[in-house]
Design a protein around this ligand. Structure first.
Ligand code: FAD
Length: 477
């Protein structure tokens, strides 16, 4: 029997993997392959933190396949040429994969599918990453949604899918395996070891995804609706990098929520489960937007913002560097940026606050912030990152109005009132009394340690300047 090539990409899991399940149903031997071709993802090839995750995720998936009697064949090179070479080497008659949705990769996969079919090979793709394919959801006029609430209402009205493929215990191996590269050859790990912080907080791979999910379901999910906004508490699932690399899929999360609902979770817990599923909905919405508006990683969806009067790059270089390093002198922002640098992740509310400071108070283009997140987040995801930055900048779909500028001091008082988050990530401010913690520049002289910087920007004045820039833009359009 001819083997099947199973081309793995962002679906590094055995459970609920539609392409794998389909291959197994044929009864033919399966050859799982991962092809490292970062240049094909340009200009959005994975950043440093994502590469770190990918290395460990591939290692974990390799072990899981071996436990199921299979292997992960690693290759480096152009995807189509590598697949064709593998077809020649193994005699495979078909290639199966699960879809990815970045514009450059959609185009690449389309070309590959056509080229394989031209050569008489069967090629089929599946949905492992989303609840709904982006082209299947549209409003009454047949247009894509631009606002989240009606989008999610339409999804919920259809019914959220929670059917999952079963996890195979064994995978039929071919009589002869092709050669593969060593993972180290991909050169994914950092040369300077800055990754200890990430290694201490994450377990990449399918097992890690399920451990994190079980931990969340056993506690935080029940109070998610209220605690998800508190950066000092472990109130969210931390599923984002696992979802990005496909170590777990959204249908599995919906199924887990439904199971808890069926067990009779109380009213508060029920509301929390709904709130959690709604966040999965935001992820779906991000993919929907990226699919229908593929220019948005670089260009604002709201075209008026194409001419926004950003500051000149030479003028903001020092502010940008202070923002990146967590040295703006604004404690909640610095805490967030240091959490990001240390762990590869940042709490959602703090992401909005640091992004707002960069874009509105410092008037640095949102694309510059998005790039830094791209390099430093372990969950860097083109759809969600684009949505998050455009939303904060006020130039995307469903945007927060431009005049809504986050005030990091008020946000800190509201969501980190006891300063747990700030004290964890900005330890030099630990001794400062609560009443000065959010705005140390208001403390009496001598109280703030010298090593902590003065604020780089006056929050009130810069807010006014941002609003004036917006007025100028409105006047011009
Ligand atoms: P939970 O609160 O437990 O939510 C569960 C899941 O829902 C998340 O894992 C995620 O997949 C999804 N989700 C939650 N909130 C959002 C949201 N606002 N948009 C899209 N999906 C959401 N998320 C990424 O996955 N990758 C990114 O690159 C990314 N960049 C962002 C940039 C900015 C400026 C902002 C404001 C947000 C960004 N987000 C991004 C969204 C959000 O911050 C993260 O998904 C969330 O913090 C992940 O933590 P969690 O898994 O504990 O989330």
């Amino acid at each position: 029997m001819k083997p099947i090539l199973l081309w793995l990409r962002r679906d590094l899991r055995l459970a609920d993997n539609p392409a794998l399940a389909h291959a197994l149903r044929t009864g033919q031997p399966v050859i799982p392959v991962y092809i490292h071709a970062p240049e094909e993802e340009a200009p959005w090839s994975p950043g440093a933190a994502s590469r770190w995750w990918l290395h460990h995720s591939l290692a974990a998936f390799s072990r899981a396949l071996e436990a199921a009697g299979s292997r992960l064949i690693l290759r480096r090179g152009a995807s189509l040429e590598t697949l064709l070479r593998l077809v020649d080497e193994t005699g495979a008659g078909q290639v199966l994969w699960n879809r990815v949705y970045e514009p450059a990769l959609i185009e690449r996969d389309r070309r590959i599918k056509a080229a394989l079919k031209d050569r008489g090979l069967a090629a089929e793709s599946f949905n492992s990453a989303l609840l709904f394919e982006p082209w299947t959801v549209s409003n009454k006029s047949g247009e894509p949604y631009r606002v989240f609430t009606p989008f999610w209402k339409a999804c919920c009205a259809t019914g959220l899918p929670d059917d999952v493929e079963t996890t195979p215990e064994s995978i039929t191996a071919p009589t002869c395996w092709p050669d593969g590269d060593h993972l180290e050859f991909f050169d994914l790990l950092p040369r300077i070891p800055w990754d200890q912080g990430m290694a201490a907080c994450w377990q990449p791979g399918e097992d890690g995804a399920h451990r994190a999910l079980e931990h969340f379901l056993a506690g935080a999910v029940l109070t998610y609706k209220t605690d998800r906004d508190l950066p000092g508490q472990p109130g969210t699932s931390r599923m984002s990098p696992h979802l990005h690399f496909g170590e777990i899929g959204p249908r599995q999360l919906i199924r887990a929520c439904r199971r808890l609902q069926a067990q009779g979770a109380g009213a508060a817990a029920g509301a929390s489960l709904e709130a959690f599923m709604r966040e999965i909905g935001w992820r779906e919405f991000a993919f929907h937007l990226l699919f229908h508006f593929p220019h948005t990683p670089e260009q604002p969806l709201d075209e008026r913002f194409a001419d926004f009067p950003w500051r000149d790059a030479r003028d903001y270089a020092a502010d940008l560097e202070a923002w990146r390093r967590g040295r703006t002198g604004i404690p909640l922002v610095d805490a967030g940026m240091r959490e990001l640098w240390h762990t590869g992740w940042m709490h959602n509310r703090v992401r909005m606050i640091v992004a707002s400071l960069l874009v509105k108070n410092l008037r640095i283009p949102w694309q510059t912030g998005a790039r830094w997140f791209w390099d430093t987040l372990v969950d860097a995801d083109l759809a969600s990152n684009t949505l998050g930055w455009q939303w904060t900048a006020g130039c995307g779909a469903d945007a927060a109005p431009y005049f809504r500028v986050f005030n990091p001091v008020l946000q800190g008082e509201r969501f980190d009132g006891r300063g747990e988050y700030i004290r964890r990530w900005v330890p030099e401010l630990k001794p400062l009394p609560d009443r000065y913690l959010q705005a140390p520049w208001t403390a009496p002289a001598g109280l703030v340690p010298r090593e902590y910087p003065r604020p780089r920007v006056d929050l009130g004045e810069s807010r006014k300047a941002a609003l004036a820039a917006w007025e100028q833009l409105k006047g011009a359009s």
